[in-house]
Write a protein that binds this ligand. Structure first.
Ligand SMILES: Nc1ncnc2c1ncn2[C@@H]1O[C@H](COP(=O)(O)OP(=O)(O)OP(=O)(O)O)[C@@H](O)[C@H]1O
Ligand SMILES: [Mg+2]
Length: 327
C-alpha cells in the first residue's frame, strides 16, 4: 500500500473573473519511508496540494488517500497518522516556552504524559533544541523557532509528514541539520515525508523522488538522478597532459557522440569534453587517451543540475504563458 496516493486531484478557487485552477489533475504514489519532493515556482500549487493531502482543504475533483484513508471521506483517520508544518507560518504560542508549546501540541494528540515528555526530550536532542527549551517562543531566533516547529511535526510519531518549505529563511548549517534530521526520520523510522520546496539543492540532497509541478500539473517526476539524466546526454571531461590537438580516435569509439578540446597553455594541459551515450563509452574514451601515451591528469563526469532541469521544464511553461498572453 502506498503511503500517499492521489489520482486526478483537482482544486479550483472561485475568483472574480474566471475560477483559478490551483491543481489540475495531479496523480502520484509515494511509498513508505520515501522523502518525496514537490518542486515548483510561486503559485504552482504546492501548498494547495499539501493542504489537501493533510485534510485542511477539500479537493474539487479526483481523490487522494493517506495510509489507505480517503482525505475527503475519512479525514479523522488521516489526521491520526499525519502531521504537517509550514516554514512560512508562525507555529507556536509566543508567551509560553518552546517546551510548553511542544507539550501543548502533544496533548492535542492525547499522548500520555510520560511518553510525551520522552518524545519531546528525544526530538529536542536530535534537533539541537535542548538548551533552548525553556525560552519563550517569541524569544527564539528564527532558526530555533523553526527547529521547534519541526519537532512539533514529529511529536505524534506520524507515519506521513507534510512539510511546506521547512528550511525557508534558515542559515546553511541550520538548514543542513534539519535536512539530516528529516532524512534520519525517513530512513530509521520509516516515516514518509512530503516536502514542498523552492530549494533545488535541498531537494536534490534529500529527496528520493521529486515531482516538478507548474500551473497545477506535474511536468516531470523521478529520482533526482533520473530527472537530471532526462535532460540530455552526460559528458566526460578530461584534463590531458601534455596539450596537443587531434583526438580523432575518440570519434571511432562506439557510444561516443562527439567531442571538443581546448588548450590551456598556462596550466600545460588541454581539456577534452566527450559526449557519451553510456559509462562504457566514457571508460573507452579515457583508455584511448592513455593508450596514446598521454596522461589523464583529472577526469570527471558532467551532468545537468536539478536547477537546469527545472529551468528547462518550467522555462518552457513561461514561454507558453507569454505566447498565450500575446495571443
Ligand atoms: N484560498 C485561495 N483562494 C483563491 N486562490 C487561491 C487560494 N489559495 C491558492 N490560490 C491560488 O492557487 C494557485 C496555487 O497556489 P499555491 O499557494 O498552492 O502555490 P504554491 O506552489 O504553494 O506557491 P508558493 O511557492 O508561492 O508558495 C495560485 O494561483 C494561488 O493564487
Ligand atoms: Mg506555497
Amino acid at each position: 500500500m502506498p503511503s500517499v496516493e492521489a489520482s486526478g486531484l483537482r482544486r479550483e478557487f472561485k475568483a472574480k473573473d474566471a475560477p483559478v485552477v490551483a491543481l489540475d489533475g495531479v496523480t502520484l504514489k509515494v511509498g513508505q519511508g520515501e522523502v518525496f519532493g514537490v518542486l515548483g515556482p510561486n503559485g504552482a500549487g504546492k501548498t494547495t496540494m499539501i493542504r489537501i493531502l493533510s485534510t485542511l482543504l477539500l479537493p474539487t475533483g479526483g481523490w487522494a488517500k493517506v495510509m489507505g484513508h480517503d482525505v475527503e471521506h475519512e479525514p479523522e483517520k488521516v489526521r491520526k497518522v499525519i502531521n504537517m508544518a509550514s516554514g512560512a507560518e508562525k507555529a507556536g504560542y509566543d508567551f509560553i516556552s518552546a517546551k510548553r508549546n511542544l507539550w501543548f501540541f502533544s496533548q492535542l494528540y492525547g499522548i500520555p504524559s510520560e511518553k510525551a515528555e520522552k518524545k519531546i526530550a528525544e526530538l529536542s536532542e536530535t534537533l539541537g533544541l535542548t538548551k533552548y527549551l525553556d525560552r519563550k517562543f517569541y524569544a527564539l531566533s528564527t532558526g530555533y523557532r523553526q527547529r521547534a516547529t519541526i519537532a512539533r511535526a514529529f511529536v505524534n510519531d506520524p507515519r506521513v509528514v507534510f512539510l511546506d518549505e521547512p528550511t525557508i529563511g534558515l542559515d546553511v548549517m541550520t538548514a543542513r541539520s534539519i535536512r539530516e534530521f528529516l532524512q534520519g526520520e525517513a530512513r530509521r523510522n520509516g516515516r514518509t515525508i512530503i516536502l514542498a520546496s523552492h530549494n533545488m539543492a535541498e531537494v536534490d540532497a534529500i529527496c528520493d523522488r521529486v515531482a516538478i509541478i507548474d500551473k497545477g500539473r506535474i511536468l516531470a517526476e523521478g529520482t533526482p538522478e533520473e530527472l537530471k539524466r532526462s535532460l540530455g546526454v552526460p559528458a566526460l571531461v578530461m584534463e590531458v597532459s601534455p596539450p596537443r590537438e587531434g583526438f580523432e580516435t575518440l570519434s571511432r569509439i562506439a557510444g561516443v557522440k562527439g567531442f571538443t578540446s581546448s588548450t590551456e597553455e598556462e596550466r600545460g594541459l588541454c581539456t577534452v569534453q566527450v559526449v557519451v551515450e553510456n559509462d562504457a563509452a566514457a571508460r573507452a574514451a579515457e583508455d584511448a587517451i592513455r593508450s596514446e601515451g598521454l596522461k589523464v591528469v583529472a577526469s570527471w563526469r558532467k551532468q545537468a543540475t536539478l536547477e537546469e532541469v527545472f529551468v528547462a521544464l518550467v522555462g518552457q511553461g513561461f514561454k507558453e504563458r507569454e505566447e498565450e498572453g500575446a495571443g
